[in-house]
Design a protein around this ligand. Structure first.
Ligand SMILES: [Zn+2]
Length: 104
């Protein structure tokens, strides 16, 4: 039976780049110890271990539990906060909005 090692809430990763800062959206993910012995980082859209086992049920259960605890609204807040901070040269808000919605 595969085991969940830890969960990471969706967040923006900030990277220093020559023209300022680059923001990358990292979706909610779940670190799973697969039966094959591999540790794999899975998301709602990526639930397969390299060995071919699909952990979709496990991942969705984990993410659902966290959403039930109010994480979704936290993510919205973080997203809004990020929008206030972001600089003009970054991708348009529409691009991020689409990406954000796609990950829901
Ligand atoms: Zn595996």
């Amino acid at each position: 039976m595969a085991t969940v090692i830890r969960q990471t809430a969706g967040h923006y990763e900030v990277e220093d780049v020559p023209y300022g800062k680059d923001y990358t959206w990292c979706p909610d993910c779940v670190m799973v110890l697969c039966d094959c012995g591999e540790r794999v980082e899975l998301t709602a859209s990526q639930t397969n271990c390299g060995c071919g086992v699909d952990h979709a049920t496990l991942v969705r259960d984990e993410l659902d539990v966290r959403k039930g605890a109010g994480t979704a609204s936290c993510l919205e807040e973080e997203h809004d906060r990020w929008m206030e901070d972001r600089d003009e040269y970054l991708r348009s808000e529409d691009d991020y909005r689409r990406e954000f919605e796609r990950l829901e």
